[in-house]
Design a protein around this ligand. Sequence first.
Ligand code: E4P
Length: 218
Amino acid sequence: MKFFIDTADLTEISEAHAMGILDGVTTNPSLCAKVGVRDFEAHIAKICEIVDGDVSAEVVSTTYDDMVAEGRRLADIAPNVVVKIPLIKDGIKAIRTFTDEGIKTNCTLCFSPTQALVAAKAGATYISPFVGRLDDVSTDGMQLIEDIVTIYDNYGYETEVLVASIRHPMHVVESARIGAHVATMPLSVIEALIKHPLTDNGLAKFLADWDKLQASLK
Ligand code: E4P
């Protein structure tokens, strides 16, 4: 399973990268606004310097011609840029164009299996179903992941399921159980994957016992 970090914060990206388990980055306009990105293309270039893996950069255009022009500019920033496109009609057309041109795409804002099926038919590299936002409206986000993985397996689609809008470690556990290809998460969730009170308590006890042993040897 690939781990992506879901942020535009360079410090957080560097911190996750330093752990040696980071496979890529996803950004979106809201995440860029959160850290006050001024020059988007320069910012994406900096992220691509830190991380070897795929870096999703989202277009803000909403018509086919504009999305294609904007996406081509983003793809030119670095070889690991993935053009992130919203799941609307013109977006699907743009994904087909990028697929034919060999440009990687991440089809975002997916909330249904039918949307995911259409994105795969257009040849999207990644589909991003938003589990947390579905849970927020009393709909089972993880059921959507299960449906998409089943549908893609049934037909052998190569589009990778990139679970997005992850809020807590159980979203990651369930994604892995179902067999989703990628989980994108905030740094807080990556850190929460490691935490266990029995580990912390156990380590404290080991170190205390070691100190006692050393003291007794003096
Ligand atoms: C990532 O690709 C998505 O844009 C992101 O996970 C959305 O997360 P949110 O629902 O917490 O805003």
